[in-house]
Design a protein around this ligand. Structure first.
Ligand code: DC
Length: 228
């Protein structure tokens, strides 16, 4: 199994800590960490820059033909490129996040990114995080985790992050946004946020980062991953 390609799918709602946890677990395992949310965010940024209205499915679906998303890894960190420009920093705003949530509901947007996601998993062992990795993108992933935390805990984490960045924010508004985004991600017709049948549920509300990382590695071991 050691020389074989291994895939760990980590799905869950916004702010559950998927990216931090998946990045750390990837580091420990020597896997590549793939953040698929960043790809949807890059598409959202493209729409915002081009004046494409996120609520207009037709406009988005045809417009994104011009958006080429590529992923690079630098010292274990994922960089996302939009038509050759590194936009990894610019995609981390609330506006881009909201727009990503809206446009990710469109089949054309998901189809636009699927090949890129599967291609990365075919080329190396990955931990890929998103909403539909275990259910749609990598249904054959050897280990699947559904990582969640209560909206209150997630809102508080986001609030602290934004404060550290010096951004104005309101805890109640953040919690409301999180609840709304969960609803949108869960209720969309295509590739909704859902725990895969064979995924292990991890509620990280009262767990430390280290505990969650270890839990994920344990799940992967039970699914055949050999760790030296
Ligand atoms: O994980 P994130 O907040 O960076 O993701 C931004 C949005 O992209 C999220 O609201 C839903 C969407 N997304 C998705 O639909 N499927 C994925 N695999 C990853 C993200």
């Amino acid at each position: 199994m050691q020389n074989q390609i291994f895939a760990i799918a980590v799905d869950g709602p916004a702010g559950a800590g998927k990216s931090t946890i998946a990045r750390l677990a990837a580091e420990r395992l020597g896997f590549i960490y793939v953040d698929t949310g960043a790809m949807y965010r890059a598409i959202a940024l493209f729409c915002l820059r081009q004046g494409i209205r996120p609520e207009d499915e037709k406009e988005v679906s045809s417009g994104i033909a011009e958006a080429q998303i590529t992923i690079r890894h630098q010292n274990g960190t994922q960089r996302v490129l939009l038509n050759g420009e590194d936009v990894s920093g610019q995609i981390r705003t609330e506006e881009v996040g909201k727009t990503a949530s809206a446009v990710s509901a469109y089949p054309a947007v998901r189809a636009h990114l699927l090949g890129l996601q599967r291609g990365l998993a075919a080329s190396a062992s990955v931990i890929m995080d998103g909403r539909d990795i275990g259910t749609c993108v990598l249904p054959k992933a050897q280990a699947k985790i559904f990582l969640t935390a209560s909206p209150k805990v997630r809102a508080m984490r986001r609030f602290k992050e934004l404060k550290e960045k010096g951004e104005m924010c309101n805890l109640q508004e953040i919690e409301q946004d999180i609840i709304e985004r969960d609803q949108r991600d869960k209720n969309r017709a295509i590739a909704p946020l859902k725990q895969a049948e064979d995924a292990i549920l991890v509620d990280g509300s009262d767990m430390s980062i280290d505990q969650v990382v270890s839990a994920i590695i344990e799940v992967a071991k039970t699914r055949g991953l050999l760790v030296r």
